[in-house]
Design a protein around this ligand. Structure first.
Ligand SMILES: *[C@@H]1O[C@H](CO)[C@@H](O)[C@H](O)[C@H]1NC(C)=O
Ligand SMILES: *[C@@H]1O[C@H](CO)[C@@H](O)[C@H](O)[C@H]1NC(C)=O
Ligand SMILES: *[C@@H]1O[C@H](CO)[C@@H](O)[C@H](O)[C@H]1NC(C)=O
Length: 183
């Protein structure tokens, strides 16, 4: 059967389809940027009952320290809004540090920022990366809840450090982009 559509009409129909598909795709993948800044409270003194970063494994016969290859730490730091540990709680930083460089100069971190504040309660941001101690930049590799499909990066720097008690306050900035699905 001979078609009655001229090539020009077919081209127009095709263009309309392409534009419509592109509009749907653009809506489905609208990106939202979120910038967060808060403070982690870390106690790493060995044997301190209040310690929040604790070595749980290491190479037999070697000291389990940040600069010894093979040391594995479990961490659960409070994250608060300001450097004051009594300021409103935002989240917990829960995960692992592994000294993953033979020369002990770099470590690998994998952790969840588990939100407990009103705005993001129950959502998480997953961070992962290898860096010098203290970390300067690691990747945001995903998230849950408000942060589904998140990508981004997190930077940190020491705000306060008491060498004797091994208490430290670390500023943590997290920048993420999430897809916003709107059909
Ligand atoms: C973490 O927060 C809890 C309660 O919000 C508090 O009881 C605890 O002392 C805090 N831990 C540290 C190490 O600041
Ligand atoms: C967060 O959610 C938990 C359980 O779903 C609830 O008990 C808690 O009160 C909530 N916290 C805030 C700050 O809304
Ligand atoms: C976090 O962001 C603030 C505000 O932009 C900036 O002053 C601070 O240097 C940043 N800190 C880190 C560790 O990236």
């Amino acid at each position: 059967m001979a078609t009655s559509f001229s090539p020009k009409i077919l081209t127009n129909i095709f263009l309309v389809l392409v534009v419509t598909a592109a509009m749907y795709a653009a809506k489905a993948t609208e990106l939202k940027e979120t910038k967060l800044s808060f403070y982690m409270h870390d106690i790493s003194a060995f044997g301190d009952p209040k310690a929040t970063t604790i070595p749980v494994a290491g190479i037999a016969g070697k000291a389990w320290t940040f600069t010894q290859f093979g040391t594995v730490y479990v961490v659960d730091d409070n994250i608060t809004k300001t450097p004051d540990p009594k300021s409103p709680k935002v989240a917990q930083f829960q995960g692992l540090y592994v000294t993953a460089a033979l020369d002990g100069l770099r470590y690998f971190a994998t952790a969840s920022i588990v939100f407990t504040n009103k705005e993001y309660n129950g959502s998480t941001i997953q961070i992962q990366g290898t860096d010098k101690y203290p970390a300067t930049e690691v990747a945001v590799v995903g998230g849950t809840g408000e942060f589904r499909f998140a990508r981004g990066y997190a930077t940190s720097k020491i705000y306060f450090w008491d060498v004797v008690t091994q208490h430290s306050v670390v500023q943590l900035n997290v920048t993420t982009v999430e897809h916003e699905f709107r059909f």
